[in-house]
Design a protein around this ligand. Structure first.
Ligand code: ADP
Length: 268
């Protein structure tokens, strides 16, 4: 098989992007898109940084909703597809912008998904060079993951941030995700444990809603010899801001989640 010429094209296109991260999860619903959007917002909280957020969760694009830009349309110009700007320094590209309605289902086979991912990586006009690009992926290790790992194989990506909940049932799938990264030579930045605890808003008592039978995300990170990046509690305000497309980072600047995400963005 001859290498796809798009691999070199993507490498040229992304050569000016300073930091490139994939956000992965073993399972759906563990908070991968929430973490992707928080990370993009955290990077963009530095006003001097230009940030791009690319959503390749083709069958379940939730990024437009969380970023408050659902229903926007993207335009194709001479220099490529123009992403949707949610802030002066933060732009978003998602398959969600290409659908007739947020309720439309995308029923595509692998090659078509592959084609779209290739277009997203080569044809989006991110404007001036990006300081950070965050890529939100679908759950699991599906066609989209194979496409993205192939197309990014010569693009020096900084690595994957893996999101999990503390439950064994989620951790099981995360091991597969880690194995996938190792086989496809995607560097792993580390694991974020989401929905770690619930903190009672009245008395601040912490409740572990999910059992951490085998040590949760931290135990898994130790077992797989990868960094543990930290925890995000279950927070009704986070769920609400995601549903309403409101910026959690500026709305709740003192929340432990904001502090963690800003700190993570600085460390990355
Ligand atoms: P995924 O991308 O893994 O499928 P999402 O990021 O879409 O998951 O999150 C699934 C749901 O859980 C969303 O409704 C989101 O608002 C909510 N959610 C995620 N993380 C948290 C959290 N830490 N606290 C409260 N709600 C959360």
């Amino acid at each position: 098989n001859l290498p796809d010429p798009a691999i070199a094209l993507v490498a040229v296109k992304l050569s000016t992007v300073k930091r490139k991260y994939l956000v992965l999860s073993g399972k759906g619903g563990v908070g991968k898109s929430t973490v992707s959007t928080l990370l993009a917002r955290a990077f963009a909280s530095n006003e001097e940084a230009n940030v791009g957020l690319l959503d390749i969760d083709i069958c379940g694009p939730s990024v437009p909703r969380i970023m408050g830009c659902e229903g926007e349309v993207v335009h194709q110009s001479g220099s490529g597809w123009s992403p949707v700007y949610v802030e002066d320094n933060l732009s978003v590209m998602s398959v969600g912008f290409l659908l007739d309605s947020p309720k439309s289902a995308v029923i595509w086979r692998g090659p078509r998904k592959n084609g779209l991912i290739k277009q997203f990586l080569t044809e989006v006009d991110w404007g001036t060079s990006l300081d950070a690009l965050v890529v939100d992926t679908p759950p699991g290790t599906s066609d989209e993951h194979l496409s993205i790992s192939t197309y990014l194989s010569k693009s020096n990506i900084d690595g994957a941030i893996i999101v999990t909940t503390p439950q064994d049932v989620a951790l099981l799938d995360v091991r597969k995700e880690i194995d996938f990264c190792r086989k496809t030579k995607i560097p792993i930045v580390g694991v974020v444990e989401n929905m770690s605890v619930f903190i009672c808003p009245k008395c601040s008592h912490q409740v572990e809603l999910f059992p951490k039978t085998s040590g949760g995300g931290e135990g898994l990170a130790k077992e797989c010899d990868i960094p543990f990046l930290g925890r995000i509690p279950i927070d009704p305000n986070l769920a609400k801001t995601c549903d309403e497309g409101i910026n959690f980072i500026t709305s709740y600047p003192d929340s432990p989640t904001t502090v963690f995400m800003i700190d993570l963005a600085k460390k990355l």
